[in-house]
Design a protein around this ligand. Sequence first.
Ligand SMILES: NC(=O)c1ccc[n+]([C@@H]2O[C@H](COP(=O)([O-])OP(=O)(O)OC[C@H]3O[C@@H](n4cnc5c(N)ncnc54)[C@H](OP(=O)(O)O)[C@@H]3O)[C@@H](O)[C@H]2O)c1
Length: 323
Amino acid sequence: MKKITLNNFGNSEQMKLNEVDDLSPNDNQVLVKHMAIGVNFIDIYQRSGLYPLNLPSGLGLEASGIVEAVGENVKNFKEGDRVCYCNGPVGAYSTHNLVPENLLIHLPNEIEFETISGGFLKGLTAYFLLHDVYNVGKGDTILFHAAAGGVGSIATSWAKALGAIVIGTVGSEKKLQYAKSNGCDHVINYTTSSFKDEVDNITNKDGVSVVYDSIGKNTIEDSMDSLKRRGLLVSFGNASGVPDPINILDLMKKGSIFVTRPTLFDYVKTREQLDTASNSFFEALINKNVKIDIQQRYNLIDVAKAHDALSNRETMGATIIIP
Ligand SMILES: NC(=O)c1ccc[n+]([C@@H]2O[C@H](COP(=O)([O-])OP(=O)(O)OC[C@H]3O[C@@H](n4cnc5c(N)ncnc54)[C@H](OP(=O)(O)O)[C@@H]3O)[C@@H](O)[C@H]2O)c1
């Protein structure tokens, strides 16, 4: 068995591939042999120490594969089952992981291992953002940053399927074409023009119902200024850095707006929530309302290259690692 170990926080070179002793499951644990592993921006926050882990640590939160063995108290899984997980335990960058039964999901036969590994965490994120944080539907115009990214490409096509008018932002012309082909009604290159001004033009100065902002520091101010009266800013990531503190009086001045800073893990806290989100996402995938588009594949030994490409804004769609 092999796994990526992190001994110090820092750049991508801190991730080391090691041979490890064979794992065997206890109690409610399930031993999963990985077929494919998902790469997410949160892995970069954890590697860098922005979201600290207890070191030494494994890395990676999502993978799919086959059950190899189960602990004595496991009830719902058996050897040979096709499974996936996206809520840890940290250590998915490996050939095998021990996953508590309550975090593991049966993978429908219609969905391939590679596909789900590229988008389970991203898809459940899109689910809770579009359904639970704000219920997106017909009549909403929404702004979604990094629309060509992993979460962005799933969420924008899903929002479109829910009937919203979708404005996406991207960092390059190539990504602009990609986001358009995923169903965005309008795409703005926010590296060459002001997205706030473009949103004003598109909405006749009304603003949007909700802004989904995972960029953070560089965009949060203009995101608030892109909202309509009593609109909602959903700050759900920090790709450009942690946003500066917000002056609460500004929420009034900008039109009695709302701000929330949610994390997926508080929206799939119970088994019932995890099952509801997973089933809804699987259904959307099987019905082709959303797709997971794997644009980058790496071997486990090359995980540093995967991280560098993601943090340097070189990727589109999803990135996976083959163990
Ligand atoms: N709160 C939650 O529960 C939750 C769950 C999942 C993901 N997230 C967040 O959602 C975001 C997307 O995650 P993902 O894994 O799908 O990543 P991703 O969107 O595939 O990659 C991040 C994208 O952010 C954009 N970006 C803008 N400024 C950047 C900068 N200075 N450095 C790096 N990237 C920059 C880039 O797109 P452009 O070049 O087009 O700008 C880049 O491709 C991340 O911020 C992540 O933390 C949050």
